[in-house]
Design a protein around this ligand. Structure first.
Ligand SMILES: [Zn+2]
Length: 69
């Protein structure tokens, strides 16, 4: 449960950064689901030193599964 709360905090911070930077539309680059191409980006995460857009569906998957990165 601790991990889940931390992830929520990360999400909030990243969403704020996203609003500020006004990024162009991107497709999902979920490292755990290479086939997803959704443009419904919910959040950006740093994974292995790179910023990756994650769509709404993938994000809820990540939160539910408690995947570590
Ligand atoms: Zn996705």
């Amino acid at each position: 449960m601790c991990l889940r709360l931390d992830r929520q905090a990360i999400r909030d911070v990243l969403l704020k950064n996203l609003e500020r930077s006004n990024r162009p539309v991107e497709n999902c680059k979920n490292p755990w689901n290479g086939e997803c191409r959704s443009a419904d980006i919910e959040v950006y995460i740093y994974y292995k030193g790179r910023l990756r857009p994650i769509c709404r569906d993938c994000w809820s998957d990540i939160v539910e599964k408690d995947i570590e990165w």
